[in-house]
Design a protein around this ligand. Structure first.
Ligand code: ASP
Length: 295
């Protein structure tokens, strides 16, 4: 492990599905508040892994994004939740896919990482595991789920997307990433996108932590988060490494957004959709919260 220093960095996203013309003041205020809480934890030597789990759990619980409480039903009428988390220092990872009716899929994903020899549990197996370990279950799904801010019930059949994610570097230089989603609206029963996949949706190693959002099918086929990490490790700049993956998603017909932090404290949060709800703050930079292009 590296020596402790005073550098830390955080980026959050609330999905690359922002639609031009809609008002995202509420999600921007929420992201600002959450990033400030994370800033306090990182500045007080909190671990990157704990901070990304905390941030994503809050993004899931608030109902403002298409993850956790804000998720919408799939084509069969069920909400199916996907989440993953990865610790760069140990390269340990956990994920859940098509999990039904637990409040914080990202915490269940961390449970999979810490309490099983596996990386991912899916469907009824994930539910059994989450029950066995007493993760918070949703007692009344019909009253729990809400449509996220800016999305009306008319949009449910569209492929609007609004995954959440967090990447962080802590004062030991440790990196971590976590991502969670209710998936794309109108998805088929059983469909799993990039979000719970360690590699495409979420990646963290000793150099970089990355979380993706956008149309999962295209992100998977473009290589996603780990392809950015491998480019970066081979000497490509952070901005170019991220842009090359986004260009590949575009070439394949999709759109996406990426958040990344590096061990050097660099931050990236570009997208090629209309907008991406996002926030960043670090020991070297002020809090920044944006949904569309910077002025
Ligand atoms: N990537 C997510 C998925 O395909 C959706 C999103 O990012 O909004 O499930």
């Amino acid at each position: 492990m590296p020596d402790k220093n005073s550098n830390w960095a955080l980026v959050l996203h609330g999905g690359a599905g922002a639609v031009a013309g809609r008002d995202y003041a509420e999600t921007e205020a929420h992201l600002a508040e959450l990033a400030s809480l994370c800033r306090e934890r990182l500045a007080a030597d909190g671990k990157a892994l704990d901070v990304v789990e905390f941030a994503v759990a809050e993004l899931e619980s608030c109902g403002l994004y298409v993850a956790g409480r804000g998720s919408a039903p799939n084509s069969a009428g069920h909400v199916e939740l996907d989440a993953s988390i990865m610790d760069g220092a140990t390269r340990e990872a956990g994920a859940v896919a098509a999990l039904q009716d637990f409040a914080n899929p990202v915490c269940v994903a961390r449970g999979v990482m810490e309490k099983t020899p596996h990386v991912m549990l899916a469907g009824t197996g994930a539910v059994e595991f989450a029950r066995e370990h007493a993760f918070e279950e949703i007692e009344d799904p019909s009253s729990y789920y809400t449509l996220p801010v800016g999305v009306t019930s008319d949009d449910v059949s569209d492929i609007a997307h609004g995954t959440v994610g967090a990447v962080a570097m802590d004062t030991t230089g440790g990196l971590a990433a976590a991502t969670s989603t209710g998936g794309t609206f109108g998805k088929l029963h059983g469909r799993i996108g990039d979000t719970p996949l360690i590699g495409p949706g979420t990646w963290a190693d000793d150099h970089i932590a990355v979380s993706c959002t956008g149309i999962g099918e295209h992100i998977i086929r473009a290589g996603g988060a780990s392809s950015i990490a491998f480019r970066y490790k081979s000497g490509v700049s952070l901005d170019d490494a991220v842009q090359e993956m986004l260009d590949e998603v575009k070439r394949l017909g999709g759109d996406a957004g990426v958040i990344a932090v590096t061990r050097a404290g660099e931050i990236a949060m570009p997208y090629n959709s209309e907008g991406m709800k996002r926030a960043s703050v670090s020991s070297a930079s002020d809090l920044k919260v944006l949904t569309f292009a910077e002025d």
